[in-house]
Design a binder for this molecule. Structure first.
Ligand code: NAD
Length: 433
């Protein structure tokens, strides 16, 4: 089919590339000219394993195109995917300005009957609002349906998730429209769940809120483990063996970050509030997460109360491994707090340093290697569990003034750290001194 995808962020670009890979003709549209120029050359503007290779393959096979021009992108489109951002407003609600603009662009430029598919995460009722905006602004006399098809990919494994996802949710008012969207996705071989539009919109928020709840839950358990000298890793393993609980998303650490969980949890609290429902549990989840990002600083200060003038190495800056996404990363809160206390911060990340430089305080210095960051530092803080960091040569720590490591992601085995004579404080596990 001829498909247009509007917005080429993590979701839009992956959607466009994977849909072209299963045989559709796809035109990706973005208002960012620089980005479009880069993509036309076959280069991905964002780091996502396997994405550039797949992009190049499909550009060469003339199935994947890029443009900044909505009219050109919509000219032959039988289906248009909306994949623009829905960032957080100041009050926590979802900002729908980008989605609404796309709805207006669709109304202005479409020239044939089509289906509009919303991939962006949008509050319940938004797809019906999109339908109204298009209807009210429609220039040409065409028929259209709006379908909700929320995205569940994870940054860092987005390509794999597209081909091996757990489910594709399709919410539509018309069974013909859902059948077409199901057929488009058939080659992915992923189970499809069909429902109504509002339920589909809610499935996305409820899923992210539930996963965030699991993370905050295990983090609270880890804080108790710290105080009662239990080991949260064993606790999580023992819990996860119960099929009703499951082993995933029970990794204690510095809490969740990124572009989805922080904003989607707050948006769901707003969605509930709008219908006079106080979502108390989710408010707790958000508060726990806020505290958890600061926990590593508290652990460092317990051990080293005055960090003024101390050289602190920070390893891992992206919000999770295998992505260059810095949105809501714990490194923002942690480096700001270190700098406010007068510490010198030397940071390292395998991929996210360019993005980090745009976001972190200007005082942060950067090292081109793990070893360079650790060298001569007074303490090392680990914020992201990149493989390169987990596989670090532990002898590097002997090049510190004194080997003190505070690990927010439980990257190392306690016994190994003891054997290497490293003072080691991690999350919900006994300290090694
Ligand atoms: P993003 O911010 O990375 O990218 C959005 C893109 O849309 C940008 O390139 C921007 O230039 C472009 N854009 C904005 N307005 C436009 C317009 N009028 N026409 C064309 N392009 C326009 O966003 P993202 O992270 O890909 O997220 C997109 C949506 O998907 C959000 O609603 C998000 O919540 C949801 N989502 C994200 C993820 C994720 O892991 N990032 C996962 C699932 C769902």
């Amino acid at each position: 089919m001829n498909i247009a995808v509007v917005g080429t962020g993590y979701v839009g670009l992956v959607t466009g590339v994977t849909l072209s890979d299963i045989g559709h003709n796809v035109t990706c549209i973005d208002i960012d000219k620089e980005k479009v120029e880069i993509m036309k050359k076959g280069t991905s503007p964002l780091y996502e394993p396997g994405l550039s290779e797949l992009m190049n393959k499909n550009i060469k096979q003339s199935r994947l195109f890029f443009t900044t021009n909505h009219a050109e992108g919509f000219a032959n489109a039988e289906v248009i995917y909306i994949a623009v951002g829905t960032p957080e407003n100041e009050d926590g609600s979802a900002n729908l300005a980008y989605v609404e603009q796309v709805a207006k662009d669709i109304a202005q430029y479409v020239v044939q009957d089509l289906i509009v598919v919303t991939k962006s995460t949008v509050p319940v009722g938004t797809n019906h609002k999109i339908k109204t905006i298009i209807t009210e602004n429609l220039v040409n006399n065409i028929k259209f349906e709006v379908v909700s098809n929320p995205e569940f990919l994870k940054e860092g494994s987005a390509i794999k998730d597209s081909f091996e996802g757990d489910r594709i949710v399709i919410g539509a008012d018309s069974s013909e429209a859902s059948a077409i969207i199901e057929k488009i996705n058939q080659p992915f071989g992923v189970p499809v769940f069909r429902t109504d539009v509002r339920s589909a919109e809610m499935i996305k928020y409820a899923s992210n809120a539930f996963l965030a709840t699991k993370i905050s839950f295990i983090n609270e358990i880890s804080n108790i483990c710290d105080r009662v000298e239990a080991n949260v890793e064993d606790v999580a393993k023992g819990m996860g063996m119960d099929k009703r609980i499951g082993p995933d998303f029970l990794k204690a650490g510095l809490g969740y970050g990124g572009s989805c969980f922080p904003k989607d949890t707050k948006a769901l609290i707003q969605i509930a509030g709008n219908v006079h429902y106080d979502f108390q549990l989710l408010k707790g989840v958000v508060n726990v997460n806020r505290k958890q990002q600061r926990m590593i600083i508290e652990k460092l200060l317990e051990r080293m109360p005055d960090i003024k003038g101390k050289r602190i190495a920070v390893l891992g800056l992206s919000f999770k491994p295998n992505t260059d996404d810095m949105r809501e990363a714990a490194s923002i809160v942690v480096t700001n707090s270190l700098i406010d206390r007068g510490a010198e911060v030397i940071a390292y990340d395998p991929i996210a340093m360019n993005n980090a430089k745009k976001i972190l305080a200007p005082e942060v210095e950067y090292s081109t290697s793990v070893k360079g960051a650790i060298n001569e530092s007074d303490a090392v803080l680990i914020l992201t569990e990149w493989d390169e960091i987990k596989d670090i040569d532990l002898n590097f720590f002997s090049e510190m003034k004194y080997p003190l490591v505070v690990d927010g992601r439980n990257c190392f085995d306690l016994e190994t750290m003891r054997e290497h004579h490293i003072e080691y404080h991690s999350v919900g596990r006994p300290s090694i001194s």
